[in-house]
Ligand binder design. Structure first.
Ligand code: ASP
Ligand code: MG
Length: 421
């Protein structure tokens, strides 16, 4: 059987008629090379933002089910238009909604998770020699309502389909040439990475790199889907995401990422007894708020109240405040403060696992720039610092320079088996 590939086009790659036609001809080219093609499209340009703004014009708290009915239309528009363009190029294409494509999700509207992909209709269409276009970012819930998968969710649609139909590769076409050592808008000398490991990509997506939705990377790793992020405007290869055992490069540090779309919540006067943290974070989890860096200070004297702070995506701030209000009363928490002006800068690299001194160098670099670190969190391959949001660009530039990430010759960790004794 010929190879099957999944090609996903992001919003900027289908933003106007010209670009839709360009995507159509790239799809057709793959078909003409003998491959079977499933293409997943995002909503055009800023469509999703515009739809959200429309909802907010008519309702202060739009009903989540109706929100999904609204938001899912953006991707349908792209697919129908692209199918028309492909048909005009002399090929046969069919567009499908997420539901028609067999994407089954749970029932959490606006943030649904894919729980099953029933791809028989896609397989049938491919067998009939059709190019299949699937509306990204959406599915149908187990209670038969239309759902959406969260911002950036078309990536996850593409990966889930690639896994379900056993595609050879899932190509993510975007307006940048691949995954970079930092956001090129902040660091013009940032380097395009030929490859990154799933582990690094997960940390990068979780700490602000916008190329791939976090969930899509998780899904690809679990299901062994090969991901290739590349430009829809040029032919050159982009960045391949592969298993750590497959990578040739073992850089000490791979990338600096950042985010300014985060907020901090601080609870003061928190009773110091077992079960309190559990109650706070259970309430946030039930409200579907994803919490990141958490810091709790033990009171210095026994019986005095503790302080708990954590960071959260800005878009979840309102929901978190609503979820915490009843808990505050119940537990007798003194105050809940929010700070939307924080930012986060992170450095990621599989090589730091075995190298001491990386954290010290990060903190020294920020210190020389007089940047104050407000919170720190780490994983074996990541160090994140919460700082003032306005200091983020300078921090990113300084760290990128300090770790010499622009150099094509990466600083490698020692080859496996040659550890210092
Ligand atoms: N259109 C949706 C968004 O802007 C989904 C996507 O593009 O992946 O988040
Ligand atoms: Mg995206």
């Amino acid at each position: 059987m010929p190879d099957t590939i999944v090609m996903k086009f992001g919003g900027t790659s289908v933003a106007d008629a010209e670009r839709i036609k360009r995507a159509a001809s790239r799809i057709v080219k793959q078909r003409e090379a003998g491959r079977r093609v499933v293409a997943v499209l995002s909503a055009r340009g800023k469509t999703t933002d515009e739809l959200i703004a429309m909802a907010e014009e008519v309702s202060p708290r739009p009903d989540p089910r109706e929100m999904d009915m609204l938001l899912s239309t953006g991707e349908r528009i792209s697919c129908a238009l692209c199918a028309m363009a492909i048909n005009d190029l002399g090929h046969r294409a069919i567009s499908l909604t997420g539901s028609q494509a067999g994407i089954v999700t749970d029932t959490s509207h606006t943030k649904a998770r894919i729980i099953d992909v029933r791809a028989d209709r896609i397989r049938q269409a491919l067998d009939d020699d059709l190019i299949v276009l699937v509306a990204g970012f959406q599915g149908v819930s187990t209670s038969r309502d239309v759902t959406t998968l969260g911002r950036g969710g078309s990536d996850t649609t593409a990966v889930a389909l690639a896994a379900a139909i056993g595609a050879e590769v899932c190509e993510i076409y975007t307006d940048v040439a691949g995954v970079f050592s930092a956001d090129p808008r902040v660091v013009p000398t940032a380097r395009k990475l030929p490859q990154v490991s799933f582990e690094e990509m997960l940390e990068m997506a979780a700490s602000g790199a916008k190329v791939l939705q976090l969930r899509s990377v998780e899904y690809a790793r679990t299901h062994g889907v090969r991901l290739h992020c590349r430009s829809s405007f040029e032919e050159s290869p982009g960045t391949v995401v592969i298993g750590e055992d497959e990578t040739m490069e073992h850089p000490l540090i791979t990338a600096v990422t950042h985010s300014t779309e985060e907020a901090r919540i601080t609870l003061t006067g928190v009773p110091d007894r077992p079960g309190v943290a559990a109650a706070i974070f259970r309430a946030l989890a039930d409200a579907n708020c994803n919490v990141d860096t958490i810091i709790q200070n033990e009171p210095r004297e026994e019986g005095r109240d503790a302080e708990v702070s954590f960071t959260i995506a800005s878009e979840d701030l309102r929901a978190a405040e609503r979820a915490l209000e009843p808990i505050r009363a119940e537990l007798g928490i003194a105050a809940i403060d929010t700070d939307p002006e924080i930012g986060k800068v992170s450095i990621i690299g599989a090589g730091m696992r075995s190298h001491p001194g990386v954290a010290a160098q990060v903190f020294e670099t920020l210190a020389t720039r007089e940047i104050n670190i407000e919170m720190i969190s780490t994983s074996p391959i990541k160090i994140s610092c919460v700082i003032r949001s306005e200091a983020v660009p300078e921090a990113v530039q300084a760290l990128h320079e300090a770790f010499e990430l622009s150099l094509a010759e990466v600083q490698r960790e020692r080859p496996i088996g040659q550890e210092a004794r």
